[in-house]
Design a protein around this ligand. Structure first.
Ligand SMILES: [Zn+2]
Length: 139
């Protein structure tokens, strides 16, 4: 069972992937994804993908999120949960995890829209899971 650590306590990559695996269970989609934003070895935000009943018009965000009308991607959910004061995310790393309904690891490379969103939030490093292992992407 994952125990969240206190502020300022370093978190390891394996802790992050374990947490992501737990978080993605909250998704109401067949392909479950979780995203965790980490900076200075501390978790800044996390999110998961879900089918959204809300329209993009209801969300006050500064970017074009038409693509979110049907499902919200985990990376977008993670970044939307950032409080304003936390938006200085430069230098952070976003971890993206995904698994199928039966628990098989799936390719979790962020889509082009999420890559753009991540870059806009000044996060330039992505670690994502694939059936072949963990991969890194520098945006
Ligand atoms: Zn995406």
């Amino acid at each position: 069972m994952f125990q969240p650590k206190g502020k300022g306590v370093n978190i390891s990559d394996s802790d992050i992937w374990n947490l992501a695996q737990t978080i993605c269970q909250r998704s109401n989609l067949g392909y479950k994804h979780a995203a965790i934003l980490v900076k200075n070895h501390s978790i800044v935000s996390s999110g998961f993908n879900f089918r959204s009943p809300i329209s993009s018009r209801d969300l006050e965000v500064p970017w074009d999120i038409k693509y979110m009308e049907h499902s919200v991607h985990a990376e977008a959910d993670c970044l939307l949960r950032l409080k304003l004061r936390q938006k200085k995310t430069a230098g952070g790393t976003i971890y993206v995890y995904g698994e199928s309904r039966c628990g098989n690891i799936i390719n979790s490379k962020p889509c082009k829209s999420c890559q753009r969103l991540i870059r806009m939030m000044r996060v330039y490093r992505v670690k994502y899971i694939t059936p072949g292992g963990i991969k890194e992407l520098n945006l």
